[in-house]
Design a protein around this ligand. Structure first.
Ligand code: ATP
Ligand code: PYR
Ligand code: K
Ligand code: MG
Length: 585
C-alpha cells in the first residue's frame, strides 16, 4: 500500500521569486487533498493521494553534469542498457545492511589521509573494507607522481570492487612551514637546545639542528624574544638571535619535529601576522596541484588557509572553465582567524567545509577551538553544506593500538554534533595502526549515533531556507516534511532519487532517524554523496517515471536481500517533486 503527496510545481503558477506569503499559503493548502484509488502499479497495491498532477519543473531536473571522469559510463541522458538492470553498491555496505538491518548503518562518514602507511593497494582495500568513505591526499607531502598512484589505486578499487570511495585533494597553501629533514622522518628537539631556522637553500644535506623555513620574509619578520610554535605548540622555541637569513632559537618546550610542520610566531601573547598575511591563499604550486587534481578527476579539492569567499569563488569558476564535464567540489578549510571572521560567506560560497583543528589551534587559543568547531558545524548544517571535523581525533593511535578516553570523548562529541564526516590525519597517513584507528572511529560513531537516536538527545535545529528559487524552496519543504514523517511514522528508510545529489543532501541536512538510500544515475554523484551524513549512495539508472523507478529499485534490492517485503519506506525524488509512503511489496 502506498500513499503519496505530489506537489504542483510552480513553473505554471507565475510565482514571484521570493513571495514567502504565497509559499506559506501554498504549503498550508497541501493537506487539502483528494483521495483516489489507482491500480496503475501492478507490482504493489497503491493508494495514491494527489494534490495535483505534477508538471516537470525544468530547474529541478538538472541536466547531468556528473558524468564519471573515470569514463565508466555514458551520461544519464543516454541510458546504458548494460547497466540498466543493475544497482551499484559496495560489498561492505551490502553486508552491513544485510547483517544489521537499515537502522544500525553508520551515519557519520569517515575520511582517511593516505600516506606511506596506507598507500599500497591492499592497505587501501583494508581501509575501504573498514569503512573509509573518502581518501584524502595532502599535497603538502609527497610528489604528484606518488599521489597519482594512490588515486589510480583507489580508482581501481572502485572499479573492481564496486566501492565509491571519493578522493579529496588538500592543497598545501602558503602559510609558513618547515622543510623536510633531508631524509629523516622526524627530529627530536630537547629543552634548551639552540636550533637554527633558516631561509637559506641547503640542498639535501642540512647542518645539524637546522630547520629550513619556506617563507623568505621569515628572518625579517621575526624579532628577538618572539615565541616560535611548531604545529600550534607541539614544540616551542624562543628567538634569541638574528643573523642574516638565520634565526637562532632556544627550545623551551621539547618535542618531536615532523617534516613540513606549520610554524607560527607570537609576540606579547598575540599571533604575529606580518607580511605573511599577504601571501596568496592559493600559491603558484597550489595552482599546479589543482590542475593535477582536475586532470586526475578528484572529487573534492580542500583549500587550506581560506581567508575569504573570494578565493573560493575564483577557484570554482576556474574549475568550471577547466572541466566542463566533471564536477569537482570545493571544500573550505577553516583554520585561520580570517576564516572564522568571514565564516558564513566562505561556507556559502563553498561546497563544504573542514574544521581543520590542527592549524586552527595554532591561530586561536586552544580553549576556543571547541566553540569554533560547534559554530562551524552548525553554520554548515544550516547552509546545507557537508562539514568535516579533522585533526588529532585519535592522535595517540599514531603510536598506540588503543585510543585515550579523552580521544573517544572527542570523537563522540563530533558525532553528537552530527558532523557529516570525521577525518584521520597522521593516524592513517604514517601511524602504526591505521586500520585500528578507523575501526575506533567506526565503532564510536555507531554507538553514539544509536544512543542519541534512542534517547532523543538531538539538539533541535531551525533549518532556514537556503534555495534561491521557489522550486528549491519546495524541495526543501518536501525534505523537511519527509524527514519529519519518517521520524514520526518510524519508517525503516528514506529513499531519494536524485540526479545531481541536491535532494539527497537536503534530506541529509534534516538528520532523520532512519538511513537514507540515495539513488543516483552517475558514478561521480554517488562518490560525492559519500561525504554526507546518513546517505547510503547507490548508482542505478532510472527514468522520469517514479513508479517504475520504485518498482525497479524494490526488485533489485529485494533480489540482493537488502530490503524485504513489508519494510516501510518513504520515497522522495527530484524528478517529480513528491513524497510517497509505502510498504515494500
Ligand atoms: N603523502 C605523504 N607522504 C609522506 N608523509 C605524509 C603524507 N601525507 C601525510 N603524511 C604524514 O602524516 C602527517 C599528518 O598528515 P596531515 O595530512 O595531517 O599533514 P599536516 O602536515 O599536519 O598538514 P595539514 O595541516 O594540511 O593537515 C604529516 O605530518 C606527514 O608526516
Ligand atoms: C587538516 C588540517 O589542515 C589541519 O587540521 O590543520
Ligand atoms: K594541506
Ligand atoms: Mg592545516
Amino acid at each position: 500500500m502506498s500513499q503519496s503527496v505530489h506537489l504542483l510545481t510552480p513553473s505554471n503558477l507565475a510565482v514571484p521569486k521570493h513571495n514567502t506569503s504565497f509559499l506559506s499559503t501554498f504549503n498550508r493548502r497541501l493537506p487539502v487533498i483528494t483521495t483516489t484509488a489507482t491500480t496503475a502499479v501492478p507490482v504493489f497495491p497503491k493508494l495514491s493521494i494527489r494534490a495535483a498532477s505534477s508538471d516537470r519543473e525544468p530547474s529541478v531536473i538538472v541536466t547531468d553534469n556528473g558524468t564519471s571522469s573515470l569514463g565508466l559510463q555514458p551520461p544519464a541522458s543516454q541510458p546504458d542498457h548494460a547497466l540498466s538492470s543493475s544497482i551499484e553498491v559496495d560489498a561492505v555496505t551490502e553486508a552491513e545492511l544485510r547483517e544489521n538491518g537499515f537502522r544500525s548503518t553508520r551515519r557519520t562518514k569517515l575520511i582517511c589521509t593516505i600516506g606511506p602507511a596506507t598507500s599500497g593497494f591492499e592497505q587501501l582495500e583494508s581501509l575501504a573494507v573498514g569503512g573509509m568513505n573518502v581518501a584524502r591526499i595532502n599535497m603538502c607531502h609527497g610528489t604528484r607522481e606518488w599521489h597519482r598512484e594512490v588515486i589510480q589505486r583507489v580508482r581501481k578499487l572502485n572499479e573492481e570492487k564496486g566501492y565509491a570511495v571519493a578522493i579529496m585533494m588538500d592543497t598545501e597553501g602558503s602559510e609558513i612551514h618547515m622543510g623536510d629533514f633531508g631524509g629523516a622522518s622526524s627530529a627530536k628537539a630537547e629543552d634548551d637546545e639552540i636550533w637554527t631556522f633558516s631561509v637559506r637553500a641547503f640542498g639535501s644535506t642540512l647542518p645539524e639542528r637546522t630547520i629550513n623555513v619556506n617563507y623568505d620574509g621569515f628572518a625579517e619578520d621575526v624579532k628577538v624574544g618572539d615565541e616560535l610554535l611548531v604545529d600550534g605548540g607541539m614544540v616551542r622555541f624562543e628567538v634569541v638571535e638574528k643573523l642574516g637569513p638565520d634565526v637562532k632559537c632556544r627550545c623551551t618546550d621539547p618535542g618531536l619535529l615532523l617534516p613540513r610542520a606549520n610554524l607560527t610566531f607570537w609576540r606579547d601573547g598575540s599571533l604575529v601576522r606580518e607580511r605573511n598575511a599577504m601571501l596568496p591563499t592559493i600559491s603558484s604550486k597550489d595552482w599546479l596541484d589543482i590542475d593535477f587534481g582536475i586532470a586526475e578527476g578528484v572529487d573534492f579539492i580542500a583549500v587550506s588557509f581560506v581567508k575569504s569567499a573570494e578565493v573560493i569563488n575564483h577557484l570554482k569558476s576556474y574549475i568550471a572553465a577547466r572541466s566542463r564535464d566533471s564536477d569537482v567540489a570545493v571544500i573550505a578549510k577553516i583554520e585561520s582567524i580570517d576564516s572564522l571572521k568571514n565564516l558564513e560567506e566562505i561556507i556559502l560560497a563553498s561546497d563544504g567545509a573542514m574544521v581543520a583543528r590542527g592549524d586552527l589551534g595554532a591561530q586561536i587559543p586552544l580553549e576556543q577551538v571547541p566553540a569554533a568547531q560547534h559554530r562551524i558545524v552548525q553554520v554548515c548544517r544550516q547552509l546545507n553544506k557537508p562539514v568535516i571535523v579533522a585533526s588529532q581525533l585519535l592522535e595517540s593511535m599514531i603510536e598506540y593500538p588503543t585510543p585515550t578516553r579523552a580521544e573517544v570523548a572527542d570523537v563522540s562529541e563530533a558525532v553528537r554534533q552530527r558532523a557529516d564526516a570525521l577525518m584521520l590525519s597522521g593516524e592513517s597517513a604514517m601511524g602504526q595502526f591505521p586500520e585500528k584507528s578507523l575501526a575506533v572511529l567506526r565503532s564510536v560513531s555507531l554507538r553514539i549515533e544509536r544512543w542519541w537516536r534512542e534517547e532523543k538527545h538531538h539538539e533541535a535545529m531551525e533549518l532556514p531556507g537556503v534555495g534561491s528559487s521557489f522550486s528549491d524552496s519546495i524541495s526543501e519543504e518536501i525534505c523537511i516534511s519527509a524527514a519529519k514523517m519518517a521520524n514520526n511514522l518510524g519508517v525503516d528508510a528514506l529513499f531519494v532519487y536524485t540526479k545531481t545529489g541536491h535532494t539527497a543532501s537536503l534530506l541529509s541536512r534534516c538528520r532523520p532517524d532512519c538511513p537514507i538510500f540515495a539513488f543516483t544515475n552517475t558514478t561521480s554523484v554517488r562518490r560525492r554523496l559519500n561525504l554526507q551524513w546518513g546517505l547510503i549512495p547507490f548508482r542505478v539508472s532510472f527514468s522520469d517515471d517514479m513508479e517504475s523507478n520504485l518498482n525497479k529499485t524494490f526488485s533489485l534490492l529485494k533480489a540482493r536481500n537488502l530490503i524485504k517485503s513489508g519494510d516501510l519506506v518513504i520515497a522522495v525524488s527530484d524528478i517529480l517533486q513528491s513524497i510517497q509512503v509505502m510498504n515494500v511489496p
